[in-house]
Design a binder for this molecule. Structure first.
Ligand code: PLP
Length: 452
C-alpha cells in the first residue's frame, strides 16, 4: 500500500515513511493511494475483541511492517484503556447511543490514535537508531494524549504548543504534571491557531525540520486517522442489525479528524446513513456544510475548548476526495484559503454530511437536559453532539471526553463534580511549563536549545 500527498507534488511513500513524516514534503497530507473494500471483512470481524479488530484493520495499511511487530504495538496501545470493551457503546434509549471514547489514559478520544502513534514512533526509533523531536500544537486533548503516548521514551523529546489560558486547567495539568523529562509543554501567548501556524511554519522550513528530525503529532498524521476508523467499525458492529444501514454518527468536531475517519470507513464500505459535524460556537464547518462557504474568522473561546478552532486542518483530506482526487484543485483551493481566508464552493454538495452548532448556553442546557432524562453526565464537547438529534433516526453520538475533565462546567450546571481517579492524582503535582510569545523565531530558538 502506498500513500500519496493531497497536493500531488511529493513522491508516494510507504506506511512507515508517511507516519514518520506526518506532513508530506509538499505541504500536503498523506492518504492511501487506494482504499480497501471493507465489505470483504466486516462479517469476519464482527466478534473480534477491540485490539484484534484494530490489528486486522491496520494490517491492511501497514503493509511494510512486520505483522508480529504491529500486533505488539496495537496490543500495548489498547491494554491501557480502563474499560474491557475499550470503546463501550452505551444505550441511552431505544435508537440512541453514546460511543464512549474516553477510557484511555488521558480520558479523551485522542488516546485511541496517540497511544498507537507512540508505539509506532518507538518502533521506528529503535529500528533507525535515530532520535526524534515531536512537535505539535494543541487546544487541549491532543497535547496530553500525545505526551502520554510518548512519556519517558528514550530518544524522543516532545514539544507541545498550546494557547496560554486557552485549555482547561486539568488538561494543562495532564501535559505539565507528568514528571517526565522528555516533555516540554509550551504555553503560547496567543490562540490555538497561532500555535498551529507556528508549528506549520517550522515544519515548512525543510532544512530546520531535517536538522532537528522533527516529527508531527497533531491531527494530520495518517496513523491517527486510521486508528480512529477502528472505533467506528467497532460501534457499527455492536449496533442492532436493523440500525446498521441507517445509522447517523454525530461527531463533536474541531479539526475534522474524527469525523473524517468515520467518513473514510464509510467510503471503504462500512454502511451508514450520515455523519453529523457537530461544532461549538466556532462554527466554520457548520457554515461550510450549510452554505458551501468556507471562511475563517477569529476564534472565540468556548466551554468546549478542544473544538475552538477556525482552521480545520484535516479538511484538506476531505477536499481531496470532494475534488475528485485532483491535487491541482486542492493546491489552488488551499492557496486561495491561505491568501483570502475563504473559499466558496459552487454548487456545494454536503454529500452524507450535515452540521449542527451549539453555543455555550446550548451546551449548559444540553448537559442539564440529558442528565434529567437519562442520568447521564456529558462533557461539554460531547454535549455539542446533542444539539439536534433527529427523531426516528438511529444515532450514535461520539463521546469524546470524560466529564471529569471539565469539573467547573459540570458543577455549575448539575451542582456536583464528576470525578475520575486518574485526574485526582494530578491535582497534587507541580506544574512544569514554558511560557513563550506567539512567535515562530522564539519557538525555533527554544527547540534548538532543547531538542535531542
Ligand atoms: C480534539 C477533540 C475534539 C475535536 O476532534 P477533531 O478530530 O479535531 O474534529 C472534540 N472533542 C474532544 C474532547 C477533543 O479532544
Amino acid at each position: 500500500m502506498h500513500y500519496v500527498s493531497t497536493r500531488g507534488q511529493s513522491e508516494p511513500v510507504g506506511f512507515s515513511a508517511a507516519v514518520a513524516a506526518g506532513l508530506a514534503p509538499d505541504g500536503g497530507l498523506y492518504l492511501p493511494a487506494d482504499l480497501p473494500d471493507l465489505r470483504l471483512y466486516l462479517t469476519r470481524w464482527a466478534e473480534l475483541p477491540y485490539a484484534d479488530l484494530a490489528y486486522e484493520f491496520l494490517r491492511l495499511f501497514a503493509t511494510d511492517m512486520d505483522g508480529g511487530e504491529l500486533r505488539g504495538i496495537v496490543d500495548r496501545a489498547y491494554v491501557r484503556f480502563a474499560h474491557p470493551d475499550v470503546a463501550p457503546l452505551v444505550e441511552l434509549r431505544d435508537g440512541l447511543w453514546v460511543l464512549e471514547l474516553f477510557h484511555g489514559p488521558t480520558l479523551a478520544f485522542k488516546d485511541f490514535a496517540l497511544q498507537l502513534l507512540g508505539g509506532l514512533y518507538a518502533a521506528q526509533i529503535k529500528k533507525t537508531r535515530t532520535p526524534i523531536n515531536v512537535l505539535g500544537a494543541t487546544s487541549g486533548d491532543t497535547g496530553s494524549a500525545a505526551i502520554h503516548g510518548l512519556l519517558g521514551l528514550d530518544n524522543v523529546r516532545i514539544f507541545i504548543l498550546y494557547p496560554r489560558g486557552g485549555v482547561a486547567p486539568l488538561q494543562e495539568r495532564q501535559m505539565a504534571c507528568t514528571g517526565a523529562n522528555n516533555v516540554f509543554p509550551i504555553a503560547i501567548a496567543g490562540t490555538f491557531d497561532d500555535a498551529q501556524r507556528i508549528v506549520k511554519e517550522l515544519f515548512g522550513d525543510l532544512a530546520f525540520r531535517a536538522k532537528q528530525r522533527l516529527s508531527a503529532v497533531n491531527s494530520i498524521n495518517l496513523a491517527r486517522i486510521l486508528a480512529q476508523c477502528v472505533y467506528y467499525l467497532h460501534a457499527w458492529r455492536r449496533l442492532p442489525a436493523a440500525a446498521r444501514n441507517d445509522v447517523e454518527f454525530i461527531v463533536p468536531t474541531g479539526n475534522f479528524g474524527n469525523v473524517l475517519a468515520g467518513w473514510l470507513a464509510h467510503r471503504m464500505g462500512m454502511p451508514a446513513r450520515r455523519f453529523c459535524v457537530a461544532t461549538n460556537q466556532n462554527d466554520i464547518l457548520h457554515r461550510l456544510f450549510t452554505t458551501g462557504r468556507y471562511e475563517t474568522g477569529p476564534v472565540s473561546p468556548s466551554l468546549a475548548p478542544s473544538m475552538d478552532i477556525q482552521v480545520a486542518s484535516n479538511f484538506e483530506r476531505f477536499l481531496y476526495y470532494a475534488e475528485h482526487r485532483d491535487p491541482g484543485r486542492v493546491r489552488a483551493i488551499m492557496e486561495a484559503l491561505r491568501r483570502d481566508g475563504r473559499w466558496v464552493f459552487e454548487g456545494f454538495n454536503p454529500d452524507v454530511f450535515r452540521a449542527t452548532r451549539a453555543n455555550d448556553e446550548d451546551i449548559r442546557e444540553i448537559i442539564d437536559d440529558v442528565y434529567a432524562c437519562f442520568r447521564y453526565v456529558l462533557d461539554p464537547h460531547t454535549a455539542c453532539g446533542f444539539a439536534d438529534i433527529l427523531p426516528d433516526q438511529p444515532t450514535v453520538v461520539l463521546g469524546t471526553a470524560h466529564p471529569a475533565k471539565f469539573p467547573d462546567t459540570i458543577k455549575q450546571v448539575l451542582g456536583f463534580e464528576p470525578t475520575a481517579p486518574a485526574l485526582d492524582a494530578l491535582k497534587a503535582r507541580p506544574v512544569v511549563r514554558y511560557e513563550l510569545p506567539a512567535d515562530a523565531a522564539t519557538v525555533r530558538a527554544f527547540l534548538e536549545e532543547h531538542a535531542i
